[in-house]
Design a protein around this ligand. Structure first.
Ligand SMILES: Cc1cc2nc3c(=O)[nH]c(=O)nc-3n(C[C@H](O)[C@H](O)[C@H](O)COP(=O)(O)O)c2cc1C
Length: 209
């Protein structure tokens, strides 16, 4: 495991890393532990515990990206993706995701949200956005925890295009709503400097002593 970093240091060093390799600093059981920690300790609105996580490692990770390559590749024939875009951009990106160590799929289970929506009618419309917030909190925790272990990661959204094939391949329950894919592996590049909009435009502080 990499040297322990404080949460603040982790937040400052977290980046999207797209060039990832197949080396792991930890046994797979440690990655599984992180996923379980996310599920057990990330808050959810009204404690709905509606988030579902699927960890794909090794061949299963590669299978996911083969499915995605196949699904998006089929769009070239329809014209939805041009041949040029496929060759120069889409396919190389998908191949680089496949070159990583694993992927975590993030889902929401509406069966655990709808009863709250029905019961707490004054917040009826809020449970859907709150489920997105809850899911995002899981995503951020996992991203940071992977960083603490020494992995690099990036976040993808090939749903809903790939949802049917994934559900069939891994027996994902029909009702689960696919939200995102987090790809992780050994970081093979140092990300370039990120431009930042001025903090003063984005933060307001009142009552500071
Ligand atoms: C909600 C959310 C959705 C994102 N979706 C994608 C995505 O679909 N594909 C992708 O390559 N990056 C995606 N990203 C990565 C962002 O582009 C990236 O976080 C942003 O440019 C800042 O860079 P950094 O992560 O290195 O700080 C997403 C990030 C967030 C927070």
């Amino acid at each position: 495991m990499s040297q322990f970093k404080s949460l603040i240091d982790l937040a400052k060093s977290r980046r999207s890393i797209y060039k990832l390799g197949k080396n792991s600093p930890v046994p797979d059981s440690t990655i599984e532990e992180i996923i379980e920690t996310a599920i057990l300790h990330t808050p959810s609105s009204f404690n709905t515990q509606s988030t579902r996580l699927v960890l794909l490692l090794h061949n299963e990770h590669e299978r996911l990206w083969d499915i995605t390559i196949q699904t998006l590749g089929a769009l070239v024939a329809t014209g939805a993706i041009t041949e040029d875009m496929w060759r120069k951009s889409t396919l190389p990106k998908l191949q680089s995701l496949k070159a990583a160590y694993g992927t975590i799929l993030f889902y929401e289970d509406p069966a655990h949200i709808e009863p709250y929506s029905a019961k707490f009618t004054i917040y009826k419309e809020q449970f859907q956005p709150w489920a997105e917030h809850t899911n995002a909190m899981h995503q951020y925790f996992v991203w940071m925890a992977l960083g603490e272990l020494g992995f690099g990661a990036n976040l993808q959204h090939y749903n809903p295009l790939i949802d049917g094939s994934i559900a069939e391949t891994w027996g994902i329950p029909k009702g689960w709503r696919h939200i995102a894919q987090m790809v992780f592996g050994s970081p093979e590049v140092i990300p370039s400097e990120k431009t930042q909009k001025p903090v003063e435009e984005r933060v307001r502080v009142f009552g500071k002593k």
